[in-house]
Design a protein around this ligand. Structure first.
Ligand code: NAD
Ligand code: GLY
Length: 365
């Protein structure tokens, strides 16, 4: 087992990474009283709930099982968590445990942030995406029909327990979606990690647990460093949103759940790379490497054919990085170095937004 720390003074917490950790006795030291509410979903519960309960002997364990899907990451389904907590009389010393992917983790964290003005929670992420990204850093929340992740709070967990063995049951499309966020870390922060990913993508996609553990460790290390420096995203943390402004627009337009978050980030990363090249920062060979690694990871590199440049602009204008009406984007100065900027000619952005569509039409004929 490997252990990392997210260093946030009195809100610091450990990330444990290893095989078979779910049923291990790691949970108990992070639970302060008797009551525990496990939040999971109808896919993950039959796979891992009993294993998790083995580490909770001696506690009052209640469970709320949500329907599975990004389309249920909303206020209506968040209310089910509050109803379960109230009907089982959970008080302020309760601990919530998120057992599932990023959807369950984001919703559980937000429920913990707001139930009785804040109770503790633990992340037990079960997808690659949630192990490398969403369980770490304290962004919690739900979607709104008008925008992705628009209702939420920054609220840190007590611990993150990433059991790499659970990834063996993950569908390969979901593994690919997680790889989009792993690739992101190389692109924004660590060119050597990007090269390592280029060399090992085949094994990672095949689900090699050792390789996945290494990728999770480096990803969490980078995320922990970035979050420790900028918890509330006033600066460098925005880099973690490479490809996300384009990606969130795709997710909202296509209907939550139709394009997986990681797939939308994959196509969005390619669009960010395209604009970075138009600005003279990336070279053609960099863009080719980025396209190649995304393709090798099984990710889309083009936005949906049906999405116009105008629609992108409309949806991107509600992004959380918009300041004073000015769109800001995370772009790449080179492979391994990101920047957040509003300094790009509108005409170049238009070219990027239309280039994907044109390329898509060529590819699809
Ligand atoms: P998800 O939670 O929908 O999980 C993907 C699918 O895998 C679901 O069907 C789930 O039931 C299933 N599943 C989970 N674990 C499994 C396992 N071990 N075996 C088999 N099936 C399993 O999606 P996700 O990709 O984990 O997370 C995406 C969400 O995370 C999005 O809502 C996104 O906005 C959010 N996100 C949040 C942050 C953050 O910082 N908070 C960062 C990135 C993404
Ligand atoms: N996934 C982006 C962030 O945590 O900031």
């Amino acid at each position: 087992m490997q252990k990392l720390t997210v260093a946030l003074a009195e809100r610091s917490y450990p990330i444990y990474i290893g095989s078979g950790l779910i049923s291990h006795s790691l949970l108990s030291p992070h639970i302060k009283a008797r009551q525990v509410m496990v939040v999971t979903n109808e896919t993950v519960a039959p796979l891992y709930l009993e294993q998790l309960k083995q580490g909770l002997v001696g506690h009052q364990v209640d469970v709320v099982t949500l329907p599975d899907g990004e389309q249920f990451k909303n206020l209506e389904h968040l209310d089910r968590i509050f109803t379960a907590l109230l009907s089982h009389r959970h008080n302020r010393t309760t601990t919530l445990i998120a057992l599932g992917g990023g959807v369950v983790g984001d919703m559980t964290g937000f429920a913990a942030a707001s139930y009785q003005r804040g109770v503790e929670f633990i992340q037990v992420p079960t997808t690659l995406l949630s192990q490398v990204d969403s369980s770490v850093g304290g962004k919690t929340g739900v979607n709104h029909p008008l925008g992705k992740n628009m209702i939420g709070a920054f609220y840190q967990p007590q611990a993150v327990i990433a059991d790499t063995s659970v990834l063996s049951s993950l569908p390969s499309r979901e593994l690919s979606a997680g790889l989009a966020e792993v690739i992101k870390y190389g692109l924004i922060y660590d060119p050597r990690f990007f090269e390592w990913l280029e060399q090992h993508m085949e094994g990672l996609r095949a689900g090699d647990e050792q390789l996945l553990a290494q990728a999770i460790h480096r990803s969490c290390e980078i995320k922990a460093e970035v979050v420790a420096e900028d918890e509330r995203e006033t600066g460098i943390r925005a880099w973690l949103n490479l490809g996300h402004t384009f990606g969130h627009a795709i997710e909202t337009e296509m209907g939550y759940g139709n394009w997986l978050h990681g797939e939308a980030v994959g196509a969005g990363t390619m669009m960010a790379a395209d604009l970075s090249m138009r600005l003279g920062w990336l070279k053609q060979q960099d863009v080719d490497r980025i396209r190649a690694i995304l393709v090798a990871a099984g990710l889309p590199v083009l936005p949906p054919d049906s999405m116009s440049a105008e629609r992108f602009c409309e949806l991107m204008s509600v992004d959380k990085k918009v300041l004073d009406g000015q769109l800001r984007l995370v772009l790449l100065k080179s492979i391994g170095e990101a920047t957040v900027t509003d300094q790009f000619p509108a005409a170049l952005l238009q070219q990027t937004l239309s280039a994907g569509k044109l390329l898509g039409q060529i590819t699809n004929t």
